[in-house]
Design a protein around this ligand. Sequence first.
Ligand code: ADP
Length: 373
Amino acid sequence: MATLQVLVVDDEPGIRSGVVRILQNFTVGYPFMEEDFDFAVIEAGTGEEAIEVLNRRKVDVVLLDNKLPGMDGIEVLEYINKQQFDLAVMMITSYASLDLAIRATKNGAYNFMPKPFTPQELRATIENVAKHLFLKRMTRKMQVEGKQVRFQFLSVLSHELKSPLNAVEGYLKMMQEKQLGDNIDSYNTMIERSLARLKGMRNLIMDLLDLTRIESGKKERRLRETDLPAIARQAMDTMEPYAIQKNVRMTLSSKGNTTLLADADEMEIIFNNLVSNAVKYNKDNGTVTVHIEDAGKEIIIRVSDTGIGMSKEDIEKIFEDFVRIKNQKTKEITGSGLGLSILKRMVEQYNGTIAVESEPDKGSTFTVSIPRQ
Ligand code: ADP
């Protein structure tokens, strides 16, 4: 239960105590709100007193009489508007002229309530204000969070794209200036490095395309009975040249009915990411085992390696966009840091889960469970 602070500003003590009484034990709840609200009432007999309260403590709703002894209600409202307090104001007034209504609305008053009011009228009004305030705050929070996530994403992305560009540009300039002489063979290392950086960039762009397609929901899904071991085999074949270089042995096993109603391209993304990581982050002469198992209501995919492993703190981060664990062991390994975040989104589309067990220098096991539709 959250408590909204209601400031009632009225020079008539009877009205103030009436509000206290009516809002006692009153709660408001909506299905879209995580918790119900109740109300605590603070009293002010003048506009000056109200301003003093507003500057001292957090207030959520102001019930504001216009006719007050010193400064009047509309002046208090103008002050609230100028200070941009995060609250909702309800004017209470026995007569509302058009002029007052216009000035109040201009200064952001949520609504008017005629005086005298019945307990039901006050409760209905407060219920509306509470809902309005909740939605306003939620909208603002979501906008701020959305902007932050997008900003972070773009700044990391531009950095990731800029560094290979700078490298390739640097090598080209050195070649243009013929820094190593006229023999083209002298530039082989530079050319190889440039090509490797370009390949990294291409992979990053491909990953980004996957990601944006998943995010926008644009990727057309074709659900078919899909033979998962066949897809796993394809992913292993793709990694074969790299595995041979490191002398990593890959094996595949399956048990029971391992077909799943799924989009083959999406399953390919899952296997490609798991298998390529298991090879990439393996040690020379290591092994990768892929096991697919029918567990009745779900299918279990388990990819284990005997590689460099990860600490518990690392595991918590690896599913975030662009996160790569940077240490001596990963220094030479290239990647975008997007693979696992794509994988996670993909698995979630199937209402599945991913679990990771890992031990530094021993190896890692990624277990994906996907429920049958
Ligand atoms: P990347 O493109 O860097 O491989 P991923 O999102 O696929 O991006 O993985 C994020 C990070 O998680 C990697 O940079 C690596 O540090 C760690 N990681 C992923 N898979 C493994 C694994 N099988 N063994 C050890 N570390 C792994």
